[in-house]
Design a protein around this ligand. Structure first.
Ligand code: HEC
Ligand code: HEC
Length: 367
């Protein structure tokens, strides 16, 4: 039992004594999930990864960094319904948080990458809809920066390389772990505690389970489509190109996001999306794979109404009949899963100085 867990227990017992007559308090707090356990990381590689994550020179036109879309103050999302993309393009999905993403079993809303964060990093750097960078060019570009030459050496990665970048950024992502949420510190309000009971009574934990509140599996809730995808050529083009690449049949006429269907190509998986974490939601609005629900109140109302309309909708998504008070309590609970923002110097580098002099005798240097 951790100290935080013990104080949570003490707090719950105290509130049981004080409020026990008024409201039932869940007796088994000590068995509840969380806090999110730390992930071991290599400090020198993570420091390098932190600089790379915020460095726009990793994109083709030197204008976009990972942090352009994954902004620390928005819980490493961008605060928009649908993501931007590399200049001249736009994305058709909502930016997911990167906090705790090192603990996922699969990545992206459709789970199309299930190996490791090294592959996610490669895809993010090279794909046209993200940073549109040729890794060979990237390697030569960062070799010119004496700070990187030093940092790669210190991290034991030799001279700056494509492989080293894909190794270092995931080490940085491992440092982005939730901390300090009222749920974990024993500081949940009475409303949040009541909301936790509503959460369990409503069956939310069937899919939102474990310390990150996700089973990392795809489900269909009938989330309505975002019409902006089909109305904005730059988004639609990205969608068509990706669906073609992923082998989706009839991709030119497709007007719904197939989600994790691309992993199986079986009809019953159409429109399923990976369960997202419920950690850090206070920072990551709007919600769902396509950003169609603007607030947590909207999300709770959506579930209360039994989700949307879809032939593949999970049978556990059904009308809940929650009162206005219960809905507000559920929102209070969801907010109690947000911790301290990861915006300090451990997570955000100092200004990246790109005003360096080329190395002397650069035409004669070998590397
Ligand atoms: C132009 C915006 C943009 C940029 C730049 C960007 N991302 Fe993303 N990122 C997204 C979007 C959108 C998704 C979801 C895509 C999907 O589901 O198809 C995503 C998903 C991810 C995920 C999966 C998270 C999860 O829970 O499934 C990781 C990890 C990630 N990005 C890391 C990075 C890294 C590292 C970089 C820089 C090398 C980067 N991203 C650059 C927009 C961006
Ligand atoms: C059948 C599994 C399942 C159940 C039950 C379930 N969820 Fe979800 N939840 C999901 C999936 C899958 C998504 C993502 C859907 C999408 O992106 O289209 C999601 C999304 C969310 C989101 C948005 C998160 C984000 O970052 O966009 C919130 C908040 C949420 N659920 C809360 C709840 C609450 C509260 C309940 C109970 C009333 C609940 N969920 C029940 C599977 C489930």
């Amino acid at each position: 039992m951790t100290t935080a867990r013990r104080s949570f227990w003490a707090f719950s017992t105290a509130s049981l004594l004080t409020f026990g007559a008024m409201m039932p308090v869940h007796p088994v707090w000590a068995d509840e999930p969380g806090p999110v356990g730390a992930v071991a990381f290599d400090p020198a590689k993570a420091a390098l990864g932190k600089r790379l994550f915020f460095d726009p020179r990793l994109s083709g036109d030197t204008e976009t960094s990972c942090a352009s879309c994954h902004q620390p103050e928005h819980g490493f999302t961008d605060g928009k319904a649908l993501s931007d993309a590399y200049a001249g393009s736009l994305h058709f999905r909502n930016v997911p948080t990167l906090i705790n993403s090192a603990k996922r079993a699969a990545w992206f809303h459709d789970g199309r990458i299930g190996t490791d964060l090294n592959d996610v990093t490669r895809e993010s750097i090279t794909e046209t809809y993200a940073m549109n960078m040729d890794m060979r060019l990237m390697q030569e570009r960062i070799k010119q920066d004496p700070v990187y030459v030093e940092m790669f050496k210190a991290a034991g990665l030799g001279e700056p390389s494509n492989g080293g970048v894909r190794n270092a950024i995931p080490e940085y992502l491992k440092t982005l772990i939730s901390r300090g949420a009222p749920f974990d510190t024993g500081e949940m309000s009475q409303d949040a505690q009541a909301g936790y009971r509503v959460f369990k009574a409503s069956g939310c934990n069937a899919c939102h389970s474990g310390e990150r509140f996700t089973d990392d599996l795809p489900h269909n809730l009938g989330v309505p489509d975002n019409p902006e995808i089909w109305a904005t050529p730059e988004r639609h083009i990205t969608f068509v190109a990706m669906m073609k690449f992923l082998g989706v049949e009839n991709y030119m006429n497709q007007r719904a996001d197939p989600g994790a269907y691309i992993r199986t190509h079986t009809a019953d998986t159409f429109g399923t999306f990976l369960t997202p974490t419920l950690r850090e939601l206070s920072f990551t609005a709007p919600y769902m794979h396509n950003g169609t629900l603007a607030t947590l109140e909207d999300v709770v109302a959506f579930y209360d109404a039994g989700g949307g309309n879809d032939a593949n909708k999970d049978p556990r998504i059904r009308p809940l009949g929650l009162s206005a008070t219960e809905q507000a309590q559920l929102v209070a609970f969801l907010r109690a899963l947000s911790g301290v923002p990861l915006t300090g110097p451990d997570f955000v580098p100092e200004r990246i100085d790109t005003d360096y002099a080329p190395i002397e005798n650069w035409q004669d240097a070998t590397n």
